[in-house]
Design a protein around this ligand. Sequence first.
Ligand code: CAO
Length: 432
Amino acid sequence: MSDTVPVVVPDIGDFDQVDVVEVLVAVGDDVSVDQSLITLESDKASMEVPSPAAGRVVEIAVELGGQVGEGDLILTIEAADLPAEEREEAAGPSEEPSPTAVEAAAPAPSPAPRPSPSRRRRPPPAGGGPATSASPPHASPAVRRFARLLGADLRRVSGSGAKGRILREDVEGFVKEAMTGRGRPAGAGIPPVPEIDFSKFGPVESKPLSRIRKLSAANLHRSWLNVPHVTQHDEADITDLEAFRRAHLDEARERGVRLTLLAFLMKAVAASLAEFPDMNSSLAPDGESLILKGYFHLGVAVDTPDGLVVPVVRDVDRKSVYELAGELGEVSGRARERKLRPADIQGATFTISSLGGIGGTAFTPIVNAPEVGILGVSRAVRRPVYVGAGLAPRLMLPVSLSYDHRVIDGACAVRFTTHLCSALADIRRVVL
Ligand code: CAO
């Protein structure tokens, strides 16, 4: 059976009333023993009230900005059912109320409040500007933990709470600004783009970005900043491959499949990845080794009305071109209908971005880190090419391989594209 544990304001010294400056939990939250519940602040100090029990918050009796005095009810916890020995531990030392006393619904004196680190601190500089001095920032342990989780440097966050206290919302705002590149402090290495009032020069309108566009913007930016990119351009003679594809269009149609060049490309890319395992790897987070993957899952960039999405086709090396064409049609259809599941976009080892159906002669795709390579494909064109001594009309496909230069060197990259182009020139090589 669950016990109800009322948590009350502990001894607050000489003060009759203190301010509630933070309520760190909500009704329905699960809390653990010693987890901070609220922060109280007087003229002189601030303190957090820790939870005396593990369980679920069922009622909150205080309000943010309100005042409380010793013995006032803060909130009520429905204690988790714990084995007897764990309950004793949760209840703390023997002078603390025993579980029996709690069952009797006596208000549980909270464990001694923990002085917040801010107790010994001066508020940040007036004006709320980023605290850059040696003085530690004014924030509760919960906010500190949150900032640590997001990698935010609290010394750079301006506090909007009472007396410059940094609140959770301030950390969220700071991270958001950092993600969009706005408000980046000078000296961080990347100069901020100037904010310009474009309406001074003519009419403007604001078009909100879709969620997908915002997500891919953040991912692309992260990859761009982390990966030293180089792009290797090359050309494949796909005259014979295209003839082969056309010769099988009817058969593909009978199977209910649209046989485009991309399915062949995937097959050829998987064969080249098998030949160059570094291209199918990721750099270990400590930068000390490569994680070579023994599977060939290809991400395929799909253009949708909401922006770019990259569904993943798995085990490309083990599937036939018909199977790949079928799967590609199905997954890109679902991408456009926004019906992709999280598993559909995870686990890629390498990505293909094909703009060839639209046009273009070459481009520099951005590596989808932590993958180390991405193949951009532009429009194949028929043009005169020397074959032996004479010119012949050949269908030439431009490919652009961007790679992470920390992992792949230029020689490896050009060997990879050479291998790929020969596989595309004679697709029979793929089965060898
Ligand atoms: N050269 C010439 N023709 C090409 C070609 C190329 N490289 N690639 C495709 N084509 C042809 C196809 O064979 C098809 O011709 P038919 O209609 O005669 O069969 C036609 O162009 C249309 O192809 P498609 O683009 O619909 O199909 P696909 O299998 O080649 O590509 C998909 C599928 C999902 C990759 C594609 O629709 C797409 O969304 N591409 C955009 C990807 C993108 O935005 N990348 C950018 C990422 S970075 O911002």
